[in-house]
Structure formats: structure tokens, C-alpha cells
Design a protein around this ligand. Structure first.
Ligand SMILES: Nc1ncnc2c1ncn2[C@@H]1O[C@H](COP(=O)(O)OP(=O)(O)OP(=O)(O)O)[C@@H](O)[C@H]1O
Length: 401
């Protein structure tokens, strides 16, 4: 006969063993699910079964997996490489949203692009005020087409920079940069690299908010380290280590792109507009100077280093100061830390957010006081717009009428 005390001990022991087994089983199941998802993300083409199971798995936290019939298309915004983007209205609540139709190679069964699966996965996993929100993933009437439903943004920065009659004010550039850096810091904190940061992938609304979009190339840098392809990032925003054929790379490539975007926000023209990889490299080295054994020892070991012509003696030094004469010393410092050739010395998003450039005058402008611009996405035409200078803004601190 076992005593009451011994029975309780037994029961406790039994319960604890049960809990431990259940926890182990759950852990194993989670790992298996993650492994399947990872395998799926490494495949280059997908069967309809893959896509359906992926979307169903991924849409767990999304609002539904509805059909396109819930939306009324208003106009086409843009046709990109991976999809057509429309402005549309949600018939149920009248909200304006953006619909991105995923471009399929031939037909659904032949393959669903990896970029779209990555976009769905990244947008679901990393959420931030300055990252465009994925609201839903829906299928077309035939069940073959797939659409990403996203919050609608009036502008993309590439169109805005092209159409604006005058440059952004320093205070506005600071606000935009702070938002961009905050989003990139969050991405990097979650071990994601965007890999295609450029003005056309930065969306802006009429209240001065910017959000990063187009996560088709985004990748997780989790363990085990995936084999990363070099053919990422639009040429003009591509970091030198990628252009030089570095076998591995990391978050630093996004920071180089942020540096190019910072320069473009200041001048409204791209900083390095190369026509080929070699041309891009020579533009970079002509402007920033050629790496030395001290500044970037690994440079000389990179596959394409020997193909790059060393610039003339005259351009051995950085031309950052002369190209941006209106920028303060702090502004130059931030720009040169972002555009540091050696990725190991490039500033991180977290560090950049703390840079003194953002606390010196003129202070970043409250996004609510940004001017409004005519929206290409809404089919509006370019028209005159007014806003206050940094001096006026500092004096009044009130929104323009
Ligand atoms: N949520 C949105 N709201 C408003 N416009 C958007 C939205 N998402 C995308 N766009 C518009 O569509 C364009 C293309 O979108 P996106 O970059 O996601 O597509 P893509 O096919 O991946 O393009 P790319 O050819 O640049 O890789 C953007 O530059 C922007 O003008």
C-alpha cells in the first residue's frame, strides 16, 4: 500500500513528465513547421499546393483569406517587375487600399515567384509604423491569381523627388531619415535584410509618414546562414562589397543604400548612377577615394577588386564635403559613415538614429506639418504647392493653414 504522500508525489511526477513530453512534442512540431517553411523559401519555383499551404500557414494572423470580390479597383498605380499595383476600395468598410497582383510566370501550376512568398513572410513577421502593412492575401475569381492587400500610400519617393519643384528642407530630410532608419533598425533587429532599398520602394502618405515597401528580395539572416545571391539591390544603391563579388554580406548592404537615399533626398538626383557594375564601382571610388590596406584590408582579396581601375591621384580623397556644401559637419559625418567603403566600419541603423545630426538645428519637422503633394497613385496632376521655410517653421511651430 502506498501512502497518500507517496501517491501525490507519483501523480506530480506523472504530471511533470506529461508536461515535459507535451512541451517536447510542441517544440518538435514547431521546428518541423519552420524547417518546411525554410525549405519552401529556398525553392525557386512552387506548385499550386506549395503556395496554398504557404499562404494558409502565413495568413494565420491576417484578417482573412477572402476573394478579390471584396474590393473595387479604382485605378492602376504601377506595374513593377513582380506585380501590378492598383488603388482599390474595400467594399465592406469603404477604406482605400493598395492591391498588388502577383505576376505569375506562365500559370499558377508552373510556379509562384519566390519573391512574393518572401514578401508575404517578411511583411507578416516584421511590423513597424514605417513598414507598409500587409492587410490580407486574397485570391482572384478563378482562384489562380494572388493579390496582396496593403495599406494605401499616396506617393513613392522616386516620383516625388522627380516631380517636386524644390528640394526637401533639411528639417524634412531629417524626419524622413529618422523614419527610414527606425524601420531599418527594426528589420535588422529581426535579422532581416531588405536588399532593395531605393526611393521607389519608400512610400509616403500626405501626413509626412514614410514606409518601406517591396519586400520581394528581403531575406532572413537566421541560422544556418543561407547562401545569399549577389544579384540583389538595384545597381545605383548597391554596396561596393556586392559589386566586388564578396562571397557573403549582411545588414551593412542596406546601410549603404540608406546613405545613397540620404544623398538623393538632399539633392534630388542619384549619387552614383552607374551604367554597369564596373562603371558603378569607378563612380563610387572616384567620389569617395580608393580603399587602402588600412581602410579596407579585405578589399584586395575580393574577386573583382583587380578589375577596378585606380582613380587618378586627384580623386584619392572623398569629395563628400564639396558635393554637399550646405550640409553641417554633423551631416557630413553621418553621410560619410553611411557611405563607408569597408562594411565592417559602416554605421548601423541603431547608431545612426543616435547621431547628433538629428538633434542639431534645424530640428526634424513634425510629419503633420509636411506639405501635401499631388498623388501619382491617385491619378492627380502636378500642381503648385506651398510650404514654410525652416526659419518660419521654427518660429511658428504651427501647421500651415
Ligand atoms: N501600398 C502601396 N500604396 C500605394 N502605392 C504602392 C503601394 N505599394 C506599391 N505601390 C506603387 O507601386 C510601385 C511598385 O511597387 P513594388 O515596388 O512593391 O512592386 P515591384 O513589382 O516589386 O516593383 P520593382 O520593379 O520596383 O521591384 C511602387 O513604386 C509604388 O509606386
Amino acid at each position: 500500500m502506498t501512502s497518500k504522500w507517496e501517491r501525490i508525489k507519483d501523480n506530480d511526477g506523472f504530471a511533470a513528465e506529461d508536461v515535459r513530453r507535451e512541451q517536447e512534442w510542441r517544440k518538435r512540431r514547431k521546428l518541423e513547421k519552420q524547417k518546411k517553411q525554410a525549405e519552401l523559401l529556398h525553392k525557386e519555383s512552387y506548385s499550386s499546393f506549395d503556395v496554398r499551404s504557404f499562404i494558409l500557414n502565413q495568413s494565420g494572423q491576417l484578417h482573412s483569406c477572402d476573394s478579390i470580390d471584396s474590393y473595387e479597383v479604382l485605378n492602376k498605380i504601377e506595374e513593377g517587375s513582380y506585380g501590378i499595383v492598383y488603388r482599390a476600395r474595400d467594399k465592406r468598410n469603404k477604406n482605400i487600399i493598395a492591391l498588388k497582383k502577383v505576376k505569375l510566370e506562365k500559370d499558377y501550376v508552373e510556379g509562384f515567384p519566390i519573391t512574393s512568398l518572401r514578401e508575404i513572410q517578411s511583411l507578416k513577421l516584421v511590423q513597424h509604423d514605417n513598414i507598409v502593412k500587409l492587410l490580407d492575401v486574397v485570391t482572384g475569381r478563378s482562384g489562380k491569381d494572388v493579390y496582396l492587400v496593403m495599406e494605401f500610400m499616396e506617393h513613392d519617393l522616386a516620383t516625388l523627388l522627380k516631380d517636386m519643384p524644390e528640394d526637401f528642407l533639411q528639417s524634412e530630410v531629417k524626419t524622413l531619415m529618422l523614419q527610414l532608419l527606425a524601420a531599418v533598425a527594426t528589420l535588422h533587429h529581426h535579422w532581416f535584410v531588405h536588399r532593395d532599398l531605393k526611393p521607389s520602394n519608400l512610400l509616403m502618405n500626405n501626413t509626412g509618414e514614410i514606409k518601406i515597401a517591396d519586400f520581394g528580395l528581403a531575406r532572413s539572416l537566421g541560422e544556418p546562414k543561407p547562401q545569399l545571391t549577389r544579384l540583389v539591390v538595384t545597381l545605383w544603391y548597391r554596396a561596393p562589397e556586392l559589386l566586388l563579388g564578396a562571397p557573403s554580406y549582411g545588414k551593412e548592404i542596406d546601410m549603404w543604400s540608406v546613405g545613397c537615399i540620404f544623398a538623393e533626398l538632399l539633392t534630388r538626383s542619384p549619387l552614383f548612377n552607374g551604367r554597369s557594375e564596373l562603371d558603378q564601382l569607378s563612380k563610387i571610388f572616384n567620389f569617395l577615394g580608393y580603399p587602402t590596406h588600412e581602410s579596407w584590408p579585405q578589399f584586395f582579396l575580393l574577386p573583382h577588386a583587380s578589375q577596378v581601375k585606380q582613380p587618378s591621384v586627384k580623386s584619392q580623397h572623398s569629395q563628400l564635403r564639396s558635393a554637399f556644401p550646405f550640409l553641417t559637419a554633423a551631416g557630413h559625418d553621418l553621410l560619410s559613415r553611411l557611405l563607408t567603403l569597408n562594411p565592417a566600419h559602416r554605421i548601423t541603423a541603431e547608431e545612426a538614429l543616435q547621431h547628433p545630426y538629428f538633434t542639431e538645428a534645424p530640428r526634424p519637422k513634425d510629419p503633420r506639418f509636411f506639405p501635401t503633394f499631388p498623388s501619382k497613385a491617385k491619378g492627380e496632376h502636378r500642381k503648385e504647392w506651398n510650404r514654410r521655410s525652416d526659419e518660419e517653421y521654427t518660429h511658428t511651430q504651427r501647421p500651415p493653414n
